[in-house]
Every structure is written in structure tokens, then in C-alpha cells.
Ligand binder design. Sequence first.
Ligand code: IPM
Ligand code: MN
Length: 364
Amino acid sequence: MFKVTLLPGDGIGPEVINAAVNVLKYAAEKFNIEFEFTEKEIGGCSYEKYGTPLTDEVLSECYSSDAVFLGAVGGPKWEKLPHNLKPEAALLKLRKSLGLYANLRPAKVYNSMLSASSLKESVLADTDVMILRELTGGIYFGEPRGYDSDKGFNTMVYSRDEVERIARYAFELARGRKGRVTSVDKANVLEVSQFWRDTVHQVHTEYPDVELNDMYVDNAAMQLVRDPKQFDLILTSNLFGDILSDIAAMITGSLGMLPSASIGKNYALYEPVHGSAPDIAGQGKANPIAAIASAAMMLKYSFEIDKASELIECSLENILAEGYRTADIFSEGCKLVTTIQMTDLVIEEFDKLYVDQAINVFTL
Ligand code: IPM
Ligand code: MN
């Protein structure tokens, strides 16, 4: 029995989480696993009810779960709130409290989606890049920080332990991929980046089988749109990873496609990279693919049911190849579907693939 805490959050969060949970339930049935889902509030909806975007009760629920599955937080309604009450503060507190230092954001191009991107097909074809973003350090959490009538300030700081553990994670992860790590920093200007670079190279001596190169973040932003295929795994700090992963998302055609996993020593959280999109909430327009792909990551990274995870990914690929599109990725000649229709199609395809592979195994 796997305990999963659901935190649908704000805007389209509930719709996409609902979609992904339906897929998870279906996969559970087929693969003989049992999930216990507990749903709680986070972000703006929690603020409205309890006066805080994250209650202690929700946090302790997360501590007692095997995985956390989050939708999205935020919206214009809460933008004017003080920093610590903003919906985003809940997400940051959750990441820090659960020690989720490794943020995996894979940007893979689906062949049938090549024309959906604003970039040329020839530039995009076969792109498969993993952005590994350090998630509990850097300028997001550095002290001192503050805001007064004369100035606002933050501190970008990384300790040796923080850099070493994310570098190790990167090299291990790269071993299961093409074995190439690009560490992205701003070492020509920032001491914190020079320290990052030196430390990553020290750790690299333990992984001689993995290739390592360094790149400045401004150049990396350019290279991601110039020739994304050159990258296998991009290792970078919290703020740079935030920015680069949005760029990488557009390589896939829409932010609605990008899943993520945030992993620590004892806990893991899965969430679509996209935001709460309040303008389209409740209209059945939300793209559930990022959330469903995040559920697939949960099956793989938290529960090690790789086969179920692969079947979900394959189902997504096939449905897109058949031309089904939600509004955000719709183009001429495709079939426009709602959030629920897309989800049902994925489940149907999953079922088909499941039967096919069962037959294949049987006849082997
Ligand atoms: C993300 C988001 C968050 C971040 C916000 C909502 C706090 O942009 O997950 O990329 O900056 O990390
Ligand atoms: Mn972001």
C-alpha cells in the first residue's frame, strides 16, 4: 500500500490532478498495487480557509506519506499578499521542509508535436534533455534577505554539502542516460558559481565514466534554443534551473507538457511544471499531460514500477501521434479535446498497450 498525499492547489491544479489520479488508479488496478490517496489544501485555497498557504497539519500529512502529488499554486487574487503568505511560499516551505533537493525536469520532444513549438523542427527533432535543478538552496533560501524602503536584497549562497549532493545525484542520473553532464553557472562573475564549478569538478573525479563540461548560464539559455540536442543532462542551481526549465519547456511546444519530480533523502514530490493558469480554470481546457507524466515519474522514482511508468509515457506519445490536442497545443488538422477526454483517451490507450504487452509476454 502506497500512501499518496494529493495537493491539488489553485486554478487548474484540481483538474489536472484529478486527471492524473484517474490514470494512477487505472495503472494500480492493472499492476496489482494499492494507493491510499489523502487530499489536502495548499496555496491560495488554504489561505482562504486557514489564513496560511500551508498548515502544519498538511505538512505532517506529507511527512507520513510515500509521495506527494501537487497540482499548482497561485493566482492574481493573492499576488498582493506579503511574501510569507503568498501561495508560492507554501511550495517553497514544502520543498525545504521535506528536503527535496533534486528537481528533475525532463524535456523530451514528442515527434508528433514537432510543429507545435515556436522553434524549427530540424532544431528540435530528437531532443531529450534532463534539467536537474538544485531545489533547496541558492538565492531562493539564502540569508540575509529583505525588503525595506531603500532596498531589496537576497543572498546567493551554496555550501559544499549542498553542491556535492546535487553533483552526485547528477552523475548517477547521467549514468542511466547518455552519460553527459553540463554544469551551468555564472563563474565569470559570481563567487558562488566559481565555488559551485570547483566543487562539481571535485565530485566528478569519482565518476570518470561520465563526461562533464561547464557552461555560463547566459550561453546555456542561447544554446537551448540554438541546438537543444547537444544536451543530455543540465546540472544547475535553483534560480538558473527555474529559468532554463521554462525555456526547455517551450522546446516541447507547451508548458503544459512538462512533468517534474522533486526528490530528497526521505521524501518525494511530483508536480507539473506549469502554473495554476487561473484564466482557463474550470473550463475543461487544461492540458493534463504534464500531470499525467508526473504521475508516471512517481511510479518510476518513488515506487519503482518502471513498466507502468513506461506504459503511461507510451500512451501519451500514441495519443499525441493520433492527433488529439488540448487547446494549448492545438493546431490546424488536429482533434481538439477537453481535459477529461484527453485523460480517457490516455487510459484507453494504456489498456490497449497493457493487453498487447501481456500477449507479447505470454507468447514469448
Ligand atoms: C517553479 C515555479 C516556482 C519556482 C514558484 C511557483 C515558486 O516557478 O516550480 O518553477 O520558482 O520554483
Ligand atoms: Mn518556474
